[in-house]
Design a protein around this ligand. Sequence first.
Ligand SMILES: [Zn+2]
Length: 639
Amino acid sequence: MSDAPQQSPPDLHEIFELDGDPGVELEPVISIDRDEDEDDAELDGEFALDADPPAGVGEDAEPPAGAEVDTNGITKPSRRGSRQGFLTDVIVAMELATQRQVDDALESSRGLGTTPERVLVETGALTQDALARALAERYGLDHLDLEVFSVDMNAANLVSTAVAKRYQAVPVAFADKRTLLVAMADPSNVLAVDDIAIMTGYEIRVAVAPPDDIASLVSRLDRLEDVVGESVSSFDEDSEDDGGEVVALHETSDDAPVIKLVNQLVAQAVERGASDLHLAPDGKEMRVRLRIDGVLQDITSVPRKMAAGVVSRIKIMAELNIAEKRLPQDGRVGLVVDGHHVDLRVVTLPSVHGEGIVMRILDKESVVVELDKLGMADAERERFEAACRETHGAVLVTGPTGSGKSTTLYGALQLLNTPEKNIITVEDPVEYEMAGLTQVQVAPKVGLTFAAGLRAMVRADPDVIMVGEIRDRETAQIAIESALTGHLVLSTLHTNDAPSAVTRLIEMGVEPFLVASAIDCVVAQRLARMLCANCKRRTIIPANVLRESGYSARMELEAYEPVGCRRCGGSGYRGRVGLYEVMTVTPEIQTMALERRPSEEIRDVAVRQGMTRLRDDGLQKVRQGRTSIAEIARVVGSG
Ligand SMILES: [Zn+2]
């Protein structure tokens, strides 16, 4: 996957200096595969033999004991290259079916004009996947689990879905610059392999996947195209009107593959639950990354030739000025992807290597989590909820971008959202739409800033005001004043811990006595990745490691560490859990605010009064086996 696609379909022959003759002779596939993988094959062979002494030679070799499955859903064969003998022998050797079942299938296949394998599948003695595994072993090819394997859309785009259906074959990755990895149901279909090689101009390396999986991948590719295509096509019509910009797009790209690529990147991001899609030019090509569970992952790259077209396409979708390439722009576009209404917030970022794009994906239909599901411990949650139930005062949530602050606020709003309460929010952007709320989107271009929105809101007689973020003195002032005049104010701040929220507001210029009397509760939070329940491994964290992580431990700790399996894409983590530090503003802390005491002193008092620090809440979650010590160090630091 790391090998970038070098080419889009239209100019393959030119780029690869093929002589333009579509019938150009390509070597038969299986031999290409062997040539390409000679080193690999030897290695694999050695390992297989070492690991499995009784597997001497030939077709009755056992399948590798725990067949080597990598985290991308690839199972390697016990050795490369086609082996002699019958598929049915391999099936028996791999213990996928008994000799008896195979003999029966052989017998009945004779009269039926079919193969024994097919009989085994049809009678239910063998699953499609088991047959695919046997085929892979028989031909010495990789087996792909397409539910796990992350398909490179650039590769998949090289053949039409019609061709993919006809041959039950889909290119799923670039094995190297000249070679496509193609998932096939029937690896012995040499004709299909030849055709795909000619069509794409790439050499082909075959891997085996069950026909149902290939069919569902093909229909997914089909569907993703259609689904995004519909909502996007209206933008074409709209932009047809102002001819100039469209011409520019036509100049920079062949739009069909560009549109297809953009649609699939977006669809893939939505499907994988990514929060952001990054497109960053790096001089040679454009890297495509997704932020999933808070961590950026490389997905693919866009060939340099297509990069400008992709950027233009996205700018048109977000109604940005495609001629403006030197200044950052900010726009949004609503799409329906696979039945979900998603909002994309598009930001263009000019860099020395050209324009990049960051898209934030807001899935408006995502279910808002209830507070107890966020991972806030009971005692903390009770204090937080008690503050939220007050009729006035301010409750603040702090943390860096991406720490889940707004999820916590929405959780609080969910709690408060009853018909007798008038709840108004001013947000940038409105991340979730919640029934029963009046939600206002900040629009600085027309003068609707947080402060302006907040001022207007206060006049609308709200009981509860939610301000997306306090980032300037004016907003801070109005929010605090509102909290003191009979409104419950919920908002967020960028600080590292809860006590710093008090000092930050004072630094922003709000009078200490206002801060002291307005704030009821501050929650600092982070999101840590949760250990994958499927593969996490029991471990003992030695006391010295705990001490290095900043804990004053004298004993080791039994906990879990990440391993990586197919379910978690090899990362060892799946989903996220919140870490919380909930500070109730007590009279002592109010006094310290009035005295403008530093946040460290406030923190010490808060801890004495029962506040669990972020890092300690993290350690609790390590002990509970929900996350790892490394993950706590990553999100909280070791301070
Ligand atoms: Zn796992």
